[in-house]
Every structure is written in C-alpha cells, then in structure tokens.
Ligand binder design. Sequence first.
Ligand code: ADP
Length: 376
Amino acid sequence: MKAKDSETKIINKDLSPENIEVNNILFMMEKLMHWAAIIESSDDAIMSKSVDGYITSWNKGAERLYGYTSEEIIGKPVSLLMPPERKDDFPYIMRQLQEGRRIEHYETQRLTKYGKIIHVSLTVSPIRDSNGTIIGASKIARDISDKVESEKRRDEFVSTASHELKTPVTSQLAFGQLLENFIIKNGDTEYLPYIQKINLQTKKLTKLIEDLLALSRVQGGKLKMDITSFNFDDLVDEIVENMQLTTSQKISVSGISNRNIRGDKERIGQVITNLLSNAIKYSPNSDKIKVKIDTKDDSIIFSVKDYGIGIPKEYHSKLFEKFYRVTGDDEKTFPGMGIGLHVSREIINYHNGKIWVESEKDLGSTFYFSIPIDGV
Ligand code: ADP
C-alpha cells in the first residue's frame, strides 16, 4: 500500500527504498489508530469475543451499556452478559457464523453489571485468521429498550381498546339486525336501505375489532387453541359457501384431500376466511377466485388465487409482518390494518405449517399454506 502525503502526519518523508516499508507500516498504524478511535467513541457497544466465548475487546459504548469497564470484563465469558433464559444465544450465534450466515438486527436481551435486563439489537460478524478460519466474532449491540417499551405500551393500548369496543359494537349489531327484521316484517321498505347500510358498516367494524383482538392474543401468546381432528375439505366447503354470499365473484374449489388435520378448526377457518376476503377485496375488477386443495408428502396445500392488483416481488417477504400494508396509489381504495396476514402466519406456524405468496403486480396473487395431515 502506498501512502499519500496529504493523508499522513507521522510518515517519514524520506522516500529511499529502505524507508518505503517503514512508511507503509506507519501508514497502516495510522489507519488502525483512526479506526480504533472511531470504534472507541461510537455510541454503540462494540466488542469482540473468541470462538470459545471469552471477551477480547470492549469499547466505551459497551462500558456505558453494560456497566463493566474493559479492565473488568476482558477475558471473562460472554455468558456473564446473558440472562439465564438467553444462555442459548451464544451457541446459536456461533453456529450461524460457522455456517457462513451473518447476523443482523437480532433482537434479544442482555444483563448489565447491575442486574438490569436490557433489550438489544445485535449485529455479529465473524473474525477470520489468514487461512479463513473463524477465530472469533465482533459484535455491535444497540440499546432498543425504549423502542421495546413503546411497542409494549402500544400493544397494551390495542388490546384494551379492542376489548372495550367489542361489547358495545356487538350489542349495536344485534339490535340493528333486530330492527332490520322488524322493518322487513312491517314491509316498511323506505327505511330498509338505511338500516341495512348501518348493519353493513357495523359488521365491518366488528371484523376490525376481531382482527385487533386476535392480534393482541397472538402477541400475548394467549391465542387459545381448541385442538381436534377434523376434515379439512368440509371446513373449506363451509367457508366458501358463506363467503360466496358476500361477493358476486365466482369462488370455485378444485381438488380434494379427503384427509383430517389436527388443530383448531376455528383458527384455521379464520386463516381461510382471511385469504378469501383479501382475494375478494384486492381484485375488484375480476369475476373469479380459485380455491385449490392439494396434498404433498404429509401435508395439505391449500391455495387461493385471485386475478386482482397483485403484489410487487419486493414486498413479498414483508406482507406477513404486523401492520404491514403495501403502500401505493391503491392504499386508500382498499381499507385495512395489515393484521390479517400476520395473525394468519402465527396460526399456521402454531400448527407446524407454512404460509407463502406468489404474486406479481397487476397479475393477481396466489396465497398458499401447508398444514400437516393428521396421523401420518
Ligand atoms: P389488510 O388487508 O387489512 O391490509 P392483511 O394483513 O390481510 O391486511 O394484508 C397485508 C397487505 O398485503 C395488504 O395491505 C395488501 O397490501 C397485501 N395483500 C394481501 N392480500 C392481497 C391480495 N390478495 N392481493 C393483493 N395484495 C394483497
């Protein structure tokens, strides 16, 4: 490496051949000192550890975050920073690195010198020797306790608000339907469209509240499952029959599994309903939706295909995240909260299945899930 005069202060100006080597070494040292200063003054905690889990370096950010000075912690095991329920983090992280995977924004918890649990986001990279063998890892930790706290408060608010809203809206719907029946019975057609509109909007509100409630149950790990063995095809037929009443699009069903699955029938039904109502909602100009039941290996593969607005590929991996909605000009045309797919994924994961999408912008979407067949 050739040193540039303008970048150097400590480099010997004598450029005789014997000094070139010295100059290069000095230049490298200056660079290293420069990087060391950046690392030392970083706000993030930056540390390194050996493959067997002993801390080998520690910056001021790490001291601020964890409370230990470098003198206190270097040479100590990283497990000192892990709360008991996170002790598996170290072997997990090292396994990922050995397999060549980088770890980015891994959210976990750590323990400070004073026994306080903090939430951190970790980025870990392998450190290799000149043969490419991993000899340790460098780790950047960022304190995300504030973010986790505010997410917790938001989740609690969503949970309380949806619980409080459910009772009045349920009774509003019940009385609205009573009134609708009464008006029909009296043949009072003038007011019928008004009450029908009120009831339709109340049903939409009920669905939104139910989504929010399902979300807060999923988050709190409180999604109670009532596990039975039931025929999958029958459940699909039942839901399709009900959904067909809500749309002019023709929903066709092809394939049969003739098999039972073990799980919560109502929750699996909720996933099928979510996928069908999305297919209807996001394909307003199409006249058909295709439902398919397939079997592969030991699983049932269920899919819903629509011919609607489609989803550009770059959004596919995000669709199942909480509150994620594809933004664009269509945003206002399709109301929603970005909850249904997230809750669906949690339900399918609980049943040891998988959920995924194939779609292209303007070419419609097919949503799939797989679920193990009972007794195989
Ligand atoms: P919501 O529909 O209430 O926004 P979801 O969680 O069900 O919430 O869906 C998340 C996002 O995925 C939607 O906002 C939409 O952008 C996209 N999406 C879901 N299903 C479809 C579909 N069949 N066609 C096009 N986009 C879809």
